[in-house]
Design a binder for this molecule. Structure first.
Ligand SMILES: Nc1ncnc2c1ncn2[C@@H]1O[C@H](COP(=O)(O)OP(=O)(O)OP(=O)(O)O)[C@@H](O)[C@H]1O
Length: 253
């Protein structure tokens, strides 16, 4: 088997001397989609920041065998300036080049090709802020493609998407994996993560890592979500496990 795209071994990361996330040991192979699960404050974003090189390991190791591209959450409040979908995709080409060099023909062609790849080239000139949530996510995937990211990180990409947009994005992530990229998806949706290759459960430390079916046991879910996990009383769902929705900021209001 070829070397993994990401390997973390005993990794601890934080914003000062004390780690906010520790004991992280996992590997991401080419062709895999891995769901990163955890409660609010569990450390998902912190792990992504370490993968992007913004935070250095406090202990342990983190090795990447490829470029890492990120699909951040898109908050409407930050979209008031007029950038087009093409501009956003182009950012993938101009990151890392001197600021005075304007994007050239090749870069524009790469950005158009990436937009086409995600089914949005017809909206290239449309203002990014006017696009639907699902379209914005796909433009950001296009930006990662322009960066030639072999490792793609997505931070709760399905939040707020209707089911058609969610299915479309899900299909795109499957294709990214099929072309040999490694895809890490932070999510609050345990059921959705069951369909992916592996899950990484974080709650200030790594609780579990492995294939969803054997990994997502009651004990693991309880340790991952702590107090926010409940057993449903009475009725049809009696005894079923439910995870209370996280207190999430609604960015659209
Ligand atoms: N810039 C920062 N400085 C100091 N502490 C931080 C910073 N960012 C996050 N933290 C702390 O690190 C811990 C993990 O936060 P992180 O954002 O990684 O969680 P998360 O799993 O991404 O949560 P959410 O689902 O809410 O996005 C939290 O206790 C948080 O308060």
């Amino acid at each position: 088997m070829s070397a993994p795209l990401v390997r973390a071994d005993g990794l601890a990361v934080g914003y000062g001397a004390a780690p906010v996330l520790s004991d992280v040991t996992f590997a991401l192979a080419a062709g895999e989609r891995v769901g990163v699960l955890g409660p609010n404050g569990g450390g998902k974003t912190t792990l992504f920041r370490a993968l992007l090189g913004e935070l250095q390991p406090l202990s342990g190791t983190l090795d990447l065998a490829g470029r890492c591209g990120t699909v951040p959450q898109t908050e409407r409040s930050r979209l008031d300036f007029p950038v087009s979908a093409l501009d956003v995709a182009l950012m993938g080409a101009i990151a890392g080049r001197p600021w005075w060099k304007r994007p050239g023909r090749a870069e524009r062609a790469a950005a158009h090709a990436a937009l086409k790849r995600v089914g949005l080239d017809h909206l290239a000139e449309r203002s990014f802020g006017e696009l639907s949530g699902g379209q914005r996510q796909r433009v950001l995937v296009a930006r990662a493609l322009v960066q030639d990211a072999r490792i793609v990180l997505l931070d709760e990409p399905f939040t707020g998407l209707d089911s058609v947009s969610a299915e479309r994005l899900e299909g795109l992530l499957r294709e990214l994996a099929e072309e040999g990229r490694g895809v890490l998806i932070a999510t609050h949706d345990v059921d959705q993560a069951r369909a992916w290759d592996k899950v990484l459960c974080l709650n200030r430390r790594q609780v579990a890592f492995g294939a969803p079916q054997p990994t997502l046991t009651l004990d693991v879910l309880a340790a991952t979500y702590g107090g926010s996990i409940v057993t449903l009383p009475g009725g049809e769902d009696a005894g079923r496990l439910a995870i209370l929705p996280p207190h999430h900021h609604d960015h659209d209001h």
